[in-house]
Design a protein around this ligand. Structure first.
Ligand code: SAM
Ligand code: SF4
Length: 385
C-alpha cells in the first residue's frame, strides 16, 4: 500500500454539452439549441464539489480533469469558479495536473489564454484525423488546418498538451496511417491518445454500419493498423503506456493513471463516475446523466448522485485487474490477492504465458504483452475467472 502522503486523488468534472453530436460518439454529450445558463451550472458544480468534499475530506488533489462533452465551450470564468471550489474544499498542491478537453476549432483556441489564467496547465485536443475527408466523414466541425492551428496555440499557452486521433477509419490503410501518425508525433511532442474506431450502439454509425453503408477495416487490417501504431510511436519515443495512450516517459497523463491504477477519484457533474474510499470500503458513485435533471437534483439535495454502491472484494479485485492490465506496467498480483482474498490462478497464468499473451517481470509484476493487447478482454476474463 502507498502511504497517505503519496496516494493519488483525482477530481473529474463533466461538462455535458457539445455544439453538434458526432455520429460515432456515445459519450454523455448533449446539444442544446437554447442558451445554456452557465452561471447556474457553475453554482451547481460548486455545490456538488462541496458536498463530495464533505464525504471525503482532507484529500490532497493530485489531478483534475475537465472532460466532456466539450469543456472548451465553457467560459474561462466558469472553469475558474470550478477550480476555485476544488481548492476551497480540498488541498491542491502547486504541482497538480489540471487538464481540459478541448475541441480544436479557432473559436475555442481563443479561450486558451483564459483557461491558462484560470489554472489549467494541460489540454487534450480532439483532433481525430489529419485529413479533411476523414474529418467530414466523422462529422467534425473543424478542418485539419484549423486543428493544427489550435495545436500551435495550445503549444504556446500550455507546458503540456496532447491530442486524440481515431484510426481504423473506413478505407484507411496501414501505410496511410503510418504517414498520418508521423505528422501527429511531430505536432504532439509528448502525448497522444490513439483510439481504434468503435461502432457504438445507439449512434448513427451503428445503423450505417449495420446497413453496410459504413465499412470499417476487416480484422487483419485492424490488427495491422494497431501494429503500425505501436511500431511508429515506439520508434519516435512515444511508447504505449496504456492500450490507447502513448507518451514520452514521464509525460503520461497523471489523471488517467489514477483510474488505471485503481486510485481514488471524485466524479462531479452530469453522468460523472467516482470511486470514494469511505469507512474502509470503496464506493462506486455515479450522478444523473441528464444535464437538467442533474442540475435540479444538485439544487435540491446538494448532489446529483443516483448510484452509491459499496463494492465487494470480488468487484474491487475484478476492477483492479480490468483497469490495471490496460497499462504497460501491468499489475502487482499481491495487490490483487489482498483485494480478492485469493491469489490469481497459477495454472491460468502459466497457460497465458505459454501463449505469449502475458509476461511476469522479475519483480513479480504481471503485464499483458504486445501480442496480448489486441485480445485484452479475453485475457482479463480468463485471469478473473
Ligand atoms: C469524450 S471525447 C471528447 C473530446 C472532445 N469533445 C472532442 O470531440 O474533441 C474523447 C475522445 O474519445 C474518442 N472517441 C469517442 N467516440 C469514439 C469511438 N466511437 N471510437 C473511437 N474513439 C472515440 C475521440 O477521440 C474523442 O476525442
Ligand atoms: S466526440 Fe466530442 S464533440 Fe463529438 S459528440 Fe462526442 S464529446 Fe461531443
Amino acid at each position: 500500500m502507498t502511504s497517505a502522503e503519496n496516494r493519488a486523488f483525482g477530481v473529474y468534472v463533466h461538462w455535458p454539452f457539445c455544439l453538434s453530436k458526432c455520429p460515432y460518439c456515445d459519450f454523455n454529450s448533449h446539444v442544446r439549441h437554447a442558451a445554456i445558463d452557465e452561471e447556474r451550472f457553475a453554482r451547481a458544480f460548486t455545490r456538488e464539489i462541496e458536498t463530495t468534499a464533505a464525504r471525503v475530506p482532507g484529500r490532497d488533489v493530485t489531478s483534475i480533469f475537465l472532460g466532456g462533452g466539450t469543456p472548451s465551450l465553457m467560459a474561462p470564468r466558469t472553469v475558474g469558479a470550478i477550480l476555485d471550489a476544488i481548492g476551497q474544499h480540498w488541498r491542491v498542491g502547486p504541482d497538480v495536473e489540471v487538464t481540459l478537453e478541448a475541441n480544436p476549432t479557432s473559436v475555442e483556441a481563443t479561450r486558451f489564454a483564459g483557461y491558462r489564467a484560470a489554472g489549467v496547465n494541460r489540454v487534450s485536443l480532439g483532433v481525430q484525423a489529419l485529413d479533411d475527408v476523414s474529418l467530414k466523414m466523422l462529422g467534425r466541425l473543424h478542418s485539419s488546418r484549423e486543428a493544427l492551428d489550435a495545436v500551435a496555440i495550445a503549444r504556446r499557452a500550455f507546458d503540456r498538451y496532447s491530442f486524440d486521433l481515431i484510426y481504423a477509419r473506413p478505407g484507411q490503410t496501414p501505410a496511410m496511417w503510418a504517414d498520418e501518425l508521423k505528422v501527429a508525433i511531430t505536432e504532439a511532442a509528448e502525448h497522444l491518445s490513439l483510439y481504434q474506431l468503435t461502432i457504438e450502439e445507439d449512434t448513427p454509425f451503428f445503423g450505417l454500419h449495420a446497413a453496410g453503408k459504413l465499412k470499417t477495416p476487416d480484422e487483419a487490417t485492424a490488427r495491422a493498423l494497431y501494429d503500425v501504431t505501436q511500431e511508429v510511436c515506439a520508434l519516435h519515443g512515444l511508447p504505449a503506456y496504456e492500450i490507447s495512450n502513448h507518451a514520452r516517459p514521464g509525460a503520461e497523463c497523471r489523471h488517467n493513471l489514477v483510474y488505471w491504477r485503481g486510485e481514488e477519484y471524485a466524479g462531479i457533474g452530469p453522468g460523472a463516475h467516482g470511486r470514494l474510499d469511505i469507512n474502509g470500503g470503496r464506493l462506486a458513485t455515479a450522478t444523473d446523466r441528464r444535464p437538467e435533471a442533474w442540475l435540479m437534483r444538485v439544487e435540491a439535495n446538494g448532489h446529483g448522485v443516483v448510484t452509491d454502491d459499496r463494492l465487494n472484494s470480488e468487484e474491487r479485485a475484478d476492477e483492479f485487474l480490468l483497469m490495471g492490465l490496460r497499462l504497460a506496467e501491468g499489475i502487482d498480483p499481491k495487490r490483487y490477492a489482498a483485494l480478492a482474498g485469493r491469489a490469481l490462478d497459477p495454472n491460468r497464468i502459466a497457460l497465458l504465458r505459454e501463449e505469449g499473451a502475458i509476461a511476469v517481470e522479475a519483480d513479480g509484476r504481471l503485464r499483458v504483452t504486445q501480442a496480448g493487447f489486441p485480445v485484452l478482454d479475453a485475457v482479463v476474463a480468463d485471469l478473473a475467472a
